[in-house]
Write a protein that binds this ligand. Structure first.
Ligand code: SDX
Length: 393
């Protein structure tokens, strides 16, 4: 019956759902969360109000904001027994591997939130996930460098608290420049949602079977890890470091164009954007601010990135294919300047994207037309044949 189906590898022309959360116009390079342009949210808003917007459909009033903040911060701790999970991993474990395991294990600790038939429990699951992701991520980081875990401080805002849990050390006064905390917050806003990207589609597909929300988010984290998706921020920085100096750029541009070479420009190209990724614009500006503040105005990596972008945007190969820098191109430089090792980059993406994943999951579960996701295939294997006993083969 293979002739009955539309063949659409990579779903380039299939809408998998109806959604009222995020809108992208790829030709214009426009991104809206619930109607609000991404640059306005990133420049004027904060991450927690963006979470409220994505989850509940509107920006909060002051009163709603305070209530939401209280409801999120109530859940920032993880069960103390979970802290033992980390010590089971090798110190050199990739933090994304730890994230997949620990987030999946949340289902074993918060049984009440696995009841997806109860809208209140679904909401609590969302709050728990948003609240606990920074704590889990910071613990993975602290474990990797052999430092004691730092518990959340709820009077700090979301991004600031995360930086605190990562970079505070016992017996030393902890201080961070508000510009850096603001940059972290902005990075979270820029990554918060992006309609039906690979990891969000994974979360929806997992959720369509009725799987619990923690398992669904763990599957999203696993998908995000790939270098063609969220892993590109780590890959992009590794690439810039490998290129090293501006004079070596042409060699790498040639390699990216060579179809016999698997190398691609990391942080370049996008399935939907055939114009500049609007998030990359804000990201580039943020990178500049952070580098100026931490005193590395002449960071060779930024020079390489800017020159690479310039050369690529003038090259007919990239122009013809409408390949522009995406969000991951400048985020790595910024995260490095904030003090994170490359292995943490995709983890930071996962923290931010959790709200998008869970908002999309909630939207799907509440949709009366929701069905289990079950694509078909074009079968290309052997036709029916008879079993041959092993001695006769
Ligand atoms: C994210 O989907 C989302 O919304 C994702 C995301 C989100 O917020 O969730 O925006 C986050 O994942 C950003 C993307 C990060 N990935 C990278 O930066 C990795 C490098 N880029 C790619 O591999 C690629 O561009 C993708 C995966 C992003 C998009 O792949 P598509 O849509 O399948 O496009 P394609 O591979 O078919 O490319 C079309 C053409 C091809 O050439 P031709 O065969 O037509 O000659 O463009 C070429 C590709 O070879 N091409 C590149 C290239 N990206 C595409 N050539 C060189 N370098 C590149 N980076």
């Amino acid at each position: 019956d293979s002739g009955m189906f539309t063949f659409d590898p990579g779903y380039t022309s299939t809408a998998s759902c109806k959604s009222g959360i995020t809108y992208i116009d790829g030709d214009k390079g426009e991104l809206l969360y619930r109607g609000y342009p991404i640059d306005e949210l990133a420049e004027q808003g904060d991450f927690l109000e963006t979470c409220h917007l994505l989850l509940y459909g509107d920006l909060p009033t002051r009163e709603q904001y305070e209530d939401f903040e209280n409801r999120v911060t109530y859940h920032t701790m993880i069960h103390e027994q979970m802290s033992r999970f980390f010590t089971g991993f090798r110190r050199d474990a990739h933090p994304m591997a730890i994230m997949v395991g620990v987030v999946g294990a949340l289902a074993a600790f918060y049984h009440d939130s696995t009841d997806i038939s109860d809208p209140m429990q679904r909401d609590i699951a969302a709050l728990r996930m948003i609240a606990k992701m920074p704590t889990i991520a910071a613990m993975a980081y602290k474990y990797s460098i052999g430092q004691p875990f730092v518990y959340p401080r709820n009077e700090l805002n979301y991004a600031h608290n995360f930086l605190y849990m990562c970079f505070a050390v016992p017996c030393e006064e902890y201080k961070i420049d508000p510009v850096l905390a603001r940059a972290m917050d902005r990075i979270f806003i820029l990554h918060a949602d992006h309609e039906q990207n690979a990891s969000t589609s994974t979360v929806r597909l997992a959720g369509s079977s009725g799987a619990n929300p923690f398992a669904c988010i763990a599957s999203g984290i696993a998908c995000l890890w790939g270098p063609a998706h969220g892993g590109a921020n780590e890959a992009a920085l590794n690439m810039l470091q490998e290129i090293g100096t501006v004079d070596r750029i042409p060699e790498y541009i040639d390699r990216a164009k060579d179809k016999d070479d698997p190398f691609r420009l990391m942080g370049f190209g996008h399935r939907v954007y055939k114009n500049y990724d609007p998030r990359a614009k804000v990201m580039q500006k943020t990178a500049r601010e952070v580098l100026d503040l931490v005193g590395v105005q002449d960071d060779p990596l930024l020079q390489v990135a800017q020159e690479l972008e310039k050369i690529a945007l003038e090259d007919p190969y990239f122009v013809d294919r409408k390949l522009y820098p995406n969000i991951d191109f400048y985020s790595g430089i910024t995260l490095k300047a904030l003090g994170f090792p490359t292995s943490m980059f995709t983890v930071l993406f996962a923290i931010a994207r959790t709200v998008g994943w869970i908002a999309q999951w909630k939207e799907m579960i509440a949709d009366p037309d929701q069905k289990i996701g079950r694509p078909r295939q074009l079968y290309i294997g052997p036709a029916r044949r008879d079993y041959v006993p092993i001695q006769d083969r």
